[in-house]
Design a binder for this molecule. Sequence first.
Ligand SMILES: Nc1ncnc2c1ncn2[C@@H]1O[C@H](COP(=O)(O)OP(=O)(O)O)[C@@H](O)[C@H]1O
Ligand SMILES: [Mg+2]
Length: 440
Amino acid sequence: MSRILLLGSGAREHILAARLAASRGAHELFAYMGANNPGIAALCQGSTVGEVKDVAAVAAYAKTIKADWACIGPDDPLALGVVDALAEVGVPAFGPTKTGAQIESSKSYARDLLTQYNIPGCARYRVSSSWEGLPEWVAELGSPFVLKPDGLTGGKGVQVQGDHFTTAEEGLALARTMLQEYGRLVVEEKFVGQEFSLLTITDGEACIHLPAVQDHKRAFEGDKGPNTGGMGTYSCADGSLPFLTGRDIQDAQAINEAVIAALKRATGTSYRGVLYGGFIAVQDGVRVIEYNARLGDPEAMNVLSVLENDFAEVCQAVMAGNLGELAPRFVPVATVCKYVAPEGYPVNPVKNEPIDVSAVDTTKVQLYFGSVDKQAGKLYLKGSRAVAVVAKHADLYAAEALVEEQIKRIKGPVFHRADIATPALIAQRVAMLKQVRQGA
Ligand SMILES: Nc1ncnc2c1ncn2[C@@H]1O[C@H](COP(=O)(O)OP(=O)(O)O)[C@@H](O)[C@H]1O
Ligand SMILES: [Mg+2]
């Protein structure tokens, strides 16, 4: 009997809990959650609610419940060294150490690593702690640019020319205030193309590359409105995406492998867990936007819905460093995940209003709870992305139709993006990249 501690409380952790609870081995599941997630709690033998950034408290809980190992969902505790803190109390974890997690927690570290190890796909960039030299750098770039705080900002710090500011002068003024707020910035060239995520499970040597996924960050249809944690995602049966070539996928996988090898050389230890490559397909290939040190949310719902292997066994192989002995298997189906979010999300979301999912046919779609709580048998919105609705089908558009059919049955003051993974939106994406690649 092994006892697993799951850290986190979003829909990503709900699907992790579901996969771990369904594991063949005899396991007991416990959760340490930032907020009560009734979906996770229902799958666990025990759970607690606490601050996930308090890595000492997480380690203490692991010790109290006598956890055999832990599975880490969110980025903040990884960046703060929760894996190191757990190791100190003798609990191995699925997830990188604080050193390994720098690939996500410091954008300059990630850019410098790519440069130092001659890994393709890096942007032309400069790391700056002062405004001095920035006007010259922006002039030298001679292209639109992007300003990135050199730390975790919960997806809210990056400023892109054309989206968040218009002229170089405005960008430089913004850089000045961002330097005051964050201390250090990466200033890099802006790429034009189609973004996608390619996640790799690794023990530092062997790699299981997961299907490529496309996320939709903007709150509203037509990619309008403010950025969010991600309103929905899709993946295809062949592991690629409609706008990508086989070469793009191979290149992205090779870049992830090179980063994993570079991390081992640079840090002297194996990177263990999930390496999430944020890529963009551009005119002449693929480029790296950023790296994350964990599963994405919503990407987790796509990739974990098709990875057939027993997920606890995958985690254990990663922690033991023998992932190479495990043959990955994938269900050859497309996946679509759409979030329902409270009205007003992300700026001014309604909270504590009831949401009713009881009419959803869960033989057709899976539901994973995010920011909802349960009281007296009823679900309530807690202000962030509420419920992820996930369908699998051999045909991508059939999966999309399944999600739409069922998501409409959810009652409450919520909205979702009906356009995600529709033929019209995907045709637009394909046409956009085709144009970019023809040099238009
Ligand atoms: N070099 C770049 N070129 C074009 N767009 C970029 C670039 N870097 C970031 N972006 C845009 O900004 C978003 C957020 O940047 P990212 O580096 O992923 O930071 P985070 O996810 O931490 O906010 C990306 O998803 C992408 O849309
Ligand atoms: Mg990102």
